[in-house]
Design a protein around this ligand. Structure first.
Ligand SMILES: C[S@@+](CC[C@H](N)C(=O)[O-])C[C@H]1O[C@@H](n2cnc3c(N)ncnc32)[C@H](O)[C@@H]1O
Ligand code: SF4
Length: 505
């Protein structure tokens, strides 16, 4: 089978290649990223370690990305250069507060002792936007998508969200038809109709709410507070009355001991709530407080749950191509926010602001302060000293940036070949010849318009498929991964951080 890009006009191809290569400077890869691993062995390792071979790229970044870490003194210069050719940007603001902390959660959420720091935190977030505006001020950047995520952004008052949006609009140019999206828990939406109206009035136009699961026993085991069916219904009523006509529900599966009936009941309930989109999250155990339960979850059970959920959603008119985890009921709508759609399909660069947020250019990836320790203190210290609040900044070789873009593309089950080419100045087939040959020969992916897309068979084996496109150092980590040791260690670390942060002063 030939790539659709073979039909592209050569002059356009050469022009694009030169344009990209002239502007973007990727460092040379170290030895560990030069020697390829055997495709069949990597595919098998991805399937064996299906709990970690997923869209969350990379694995073990301290070890694998260590050689590419930037020294603190160079942060400003490297960030400025990385964004110099970026005119269109996505923006993400992280709000780390939650009423309670769910044991399964993989996000940067702060503990009880930081819960009174909301006013100060929102001020720091605005300061961070100012810092970026000053650093990148050679041109006016256009924001093509803005997500306010968490944690639980709806935890803070609408006035805070309105001020954040005003600040972002002051320092960047917003595309007029772009929708700002944010997240709430059912409990906050159910108890605070006025808050939902306040968020709408502040300019938010898409709301996403986590239902996760409906089985009461499982909810209790996961420490998920007040998530009753009634609470969901009231929440939806308040969200709709506030004016939101773009509303998503998150549902999770793949928990230890979860039955098919539990998944069936959750999906039926989510459908009954009639959101525009339903996003299915398979539980990712890495670095959560219940990481040690990963070994109790078997791939065939997870597949059966995903199949059941997919069939129920399709029967109810919610559609998604194989491998995509957001199902939408409006024709032509991806179901996701503008921010996610561009990030996944086009690999558009994004600025992540707030605790632990990730920032991504075409040549760098950075993690904000707080990503590791989940406390506000280092973030506060950096911003009070007028420094970018970065915990780690990596200037990465092209192979890692390509792997990152491909891993994220699998949220939609397909790699956009044109977007890949325009970003890297090389076709996917030239960059990953053995991986592309493997997925085509084994009917795991197929060409579809300008995409290389998962087949149904590939969607069921996507943990193996995704690993084929990892950079060599990450593939080696996967081949050597020891789940017995690793998951227990991760659960212990997550528990230690959470209980330390929960202790009152
Ligand atoms: C930032 S979170 C939560 C939004 C909101 N605070 C809530 O709880 O409804 C966004 C979504 O990520 C999903 N999620 C959280 N932890 C996860 C994990 N360990 N693996 C996979 N998905 C996860 C949940 O479905 C959640 O709704
Ligand atoms: S799932 Fe939502 S409410 Fe629960 S800890 Fe994570 S961000 Fe907070």
């Amino acid at each position: 089978m030939t790539s659709p890009l073979h039909n592209m006009r050569t002059d356009h191809a050469i022009h694009s290649e030169n344009r990209v290569l002239k502007r973007r400077k990727w460092p040379e890869p170290v030895a560990a990223d030069r020697d390829c691993c055997d495709s069949q062995a990597v595919f098998n390792a991805g399937m064996r370690h299906h709990h970690i071979a997923n869209t969350a790229y990379p694995i073990a970044h301290n070890q694998t990305w260590g050689p590419y870490r930037v020294r603190r003194a160079e942060y400003n210069a490297i960030v400025r250069r990385a964004f110099a050719d970026v005119d269109e940007l996505l923006l993400y603001a992280h709000i780390p507060f939650c009423e309670t902390r769910c044991y399964y959660c993989e996000y940067t959420v702060v503990g009880r002792r930081e819960i009174n720091a909301v006013d100060e935190y929102m001020r720091l977030l605005n300061n961070e936007l100012d810092l970026y505006a000053n650093l990148l001020n050679e041109r006016v950047r256009t924001i093509k998508g803005f997500d306010i995520g968490g944690g639980t952004p709806a935890f803070v008052e609408p006035g805070h969200i309105a001020a954040l949006i005003r600040k972002a609009q002051e320092v960047f140019r917003f595309t007029p038809d772009m929708q700002i999206s944010m997240e709430t828990t059912p409990r906050i939406a159910a108890l605070n109709a006025a808050k939902m109206r306040g968020f709408y009035d502040a300019g938010v136009r898409r709301m996403s709410m986590g239902v996760q699961v409906t089985e009461p026993d499982l909810l209790r085991r996961l420490n998920r507070a007040d998530n009753s069916l009634d609470c969901h219904k009231r929440a939806v009523e308040n969200i709709r009355t506030a004016g939101f006509d773009n509303f998503n529900i998150d549902v999770m599966y793949g928990f230890a001991g979860q039955s098919l009936d539990s998944v069936r009941a959750t999906i039926a309930h989510a459908i009954e709530l009639q959101p525009e989109a339903i996003t299915l999250y398979r539980m990712r155990y890495k670095l959560t407080r219940i990481a040690d339960q990963a070994r109790q979850v078997h791939l065939e059970d997870v597949h059966a749950q995903a199949r059941l959920a997919g069939e129920m959603l399709r029967d109810a008119g919610y559609l998604a191509p194989p491998g995509k985890n957001t199902y939408a009921r409006r024709p032509g709508d991806s179901g996701t926010s503008d921010y996610i759609q561009r990030r996944v399909q086009k690999g558009t660069a994004y600025l992540g602001t707030g605790l632990g947020a990730q920032t991504y250019s075409h040549t760098t990836i950075a993690y904000n302060d707080g990503a590791a320790g989940k406390t506000i203190e280092p973030y506060r210290r950096s911003l009070n000293a007028d420094r970018l609040p970065l915990q780690d900044l990596y200037h990465l070789p092209q192979v890692h940036m390509m792997s990152k873009m491909i891993a994220v593309s699998f949220y939609f089950g397909a790699v956009d070949l044109i977007a890949f080419y325009e970003k890297f100045g090389i076709t996917l087939e030239r960059a990953f010849p053995t991986a592309v040959e493997f997925v085509l020969n084994n009917e795991l992916m197929h060409y579809d318009d300008v995409h290389l897309r998962l087949t149904r068979r590939g969607a069921e084996q996507y943990n193996g498929v995704i690993a084929l496109f990892y950079a060599p150092s990450i593939q080696r980590c996967l081949l050597e991964f020891d789940p017995e040791q690793e998951f227990n260690r991760q659960a212990a670390v997550a528990e230690r951080i959470a209980s330390r942060n929960d202790q009152s002063d």
